[in-house]
Design a protein around this ligand. Structure first.
Ligand SMILES: Nc1ncnc2c1ncn2[C@@H]1O[C@H](COP(=O)(O)OP(=O)(O)OP(=O)(O)O)[C@@H](O)[C@H]1O
Length: 366
């Protein structure tokens, strides 16, 4: 059952459309990450769901109610912000109890709920402390606990890990995932960190310029990006994107470098996709791990020039200029290459991506 539904949601500030016609449905128990670069509209989308700002158009459903005109407190949601917003002068127990006292629950019930939440989050031993006596990770858990005691239809989280140092972030990422798993909670989570989204979410809503680009599982967003924006945003190092011309010779179709004239013959499936490009131009996309490096010219390989070489221990990353575009490749650390060296890059026909040169959308075989 869908727990949270957005339908044609709009938010504009004058001529700026911070959120432009966004629709998606979050199923009960799903963890959905709203992800995209700074200014893409993720926080605005979350704030619209929370009811913190008014919508310019569309509908939002939480549970079985249209909540367009409801105050945040009546929407049955709990927000967890990046700055935790704990009460500094109250103990952890009182921080957790406060939302329940506001709802005038009986004392015994409040105590039972606080204890249960503290147990789930492993903070039972911290209940008498004040927030300043806690580590960043512990404060984070208290903030989650305060949301948890209310047993909301959905948890809304805005970059809740962004104030933590790198190591704690990774630890809390696992904890949040566990929290979600244990409670079967419905979570909508804002992050600009695509790796955080890929590792934690059941579904990703990738946004750009206020527009929802793709709403799908991380595996599909990674494996079948709908356009060049999604392709380059998700994955690290980024997918390489090389603009090329489509040339047909009888039944054969090849890609030609407009700069350097070399040609790359396409498999029948890729040829059918390439033939669907709107203006004879396309963008070839390839992930670093699908590429093969040759030290001399090889069939199906494009010539390039090494730009940088970055050994990281297990794997060496290199950037190669191909047709004026930067291509990221991962190599076995035993492969010796030097900047400015001439190399050839072989593309895996089964794992390459082809995007329309004009619309930037993924090409489908006709
Ligand atoms: N109150 C406001 N008045 C005018 N413009 C706003 C307002 N709030 C947000 N915007 C604009 O709306 C767009 C989306 O903002 P939003 O905060 O949702 O982005 P974001 O993806 O969360 O970015 P970040 O990761 O930097 O927080 C931005 O261009 C922003 O400048």
């Amino acid at each position: 059952m869908a727990e949270v539904v957005l339908k044609d949601v709009m938010k504009n500030y004058g001529s700026l459309y911070a959120v432009n016609n966004v629709s998606f449905a979050v199923e009960h128990g799903e963890f959905v990450a709203l992800v995209g670069p700074s200014g893409c509209g993720k926080t605005t989308t979350l704030n619209l769901i929370a009811g913190l700002i008014p919508m310019s158009g569309g509908d939002i459903v939480i549970g079985d109610r249209v909540v367009n005109d409801l105050d945040p407190k009546d929407r049955d949601i709990a927000m967890v912000f990046q700055n935790y917003a704990l009460y500094p002068n109250k103990s952890v127990f009182k921080n957790l109890a406060f939302p329940l006292q506001m709802r005038k629950l009986p004392k015994a019930e409040i105590e039972a709920k606080v204890m249960a939440a503290a147990k789930v989050l492993d903070i039972s031993h911290l209940l008498e402390r004040r927030p300043r006596e806690l580590s960043g990770g512990q404060q984070q858990r208290v903030a989650l606990g305060r949301a948890l005691v209310r047993d909301p239809a959905a948890f809304l989280m805005d970059e809740p890990l962004s104030n933590l140092d790198a190591k704690l972030r990774v630890a809390m990422r696992s904890e949040l995932k566990r929290f979600h798993h244990n409670l079967n909670a419905t979570v909508i989570y804002v992050t600009h960190d695509q790796l955080e989204a890929v590792t934690m979410a059941d579904k990703m809503a990738v946004m750009h310029g206020g527009v929802l680009q793709q709403y799908d599982t991380p595996a599909n967003v990674f494996g079948n990006p709908v356009n060049t924006f999604v392709a380059s945003f998700v994955g690290s190092p980024a997918m390489s994107l090389i603009p090329l011309d489509v040339v047909s010779k009888g039944t054969e179709v090849a890609l030609r470098s407009p700069e350097e004239g070399w040609e790359l013959p396409l498999s029948p499936m890729n040829a059918r996709k390439a033939s669907a490009s709107s203006n004879g131009k396309l963008v070839l996309g390839a992930r670093h791990s699908t590429l093969k490096l040759h030290k001399s010219a090889a069939a199906g390989a494009a010539p390039g020039k090494v730009y940088t070489v970055e050994p990281t221990g297990d794997v060496t990353f290199a950037q190669i200029f191909v047709n004026g575009a930067v291509v990221n490749i991962s190599l076995d650390p035993t492969v010796a290459i030097e900047p400015d060296e001439a190399v050839w890059i072989e593309f895996d026909q089964d794992r390459m991506h082809l995007f329309d040169g004009e619309t930037t959308m993924a090409l489908k075989a006709a």
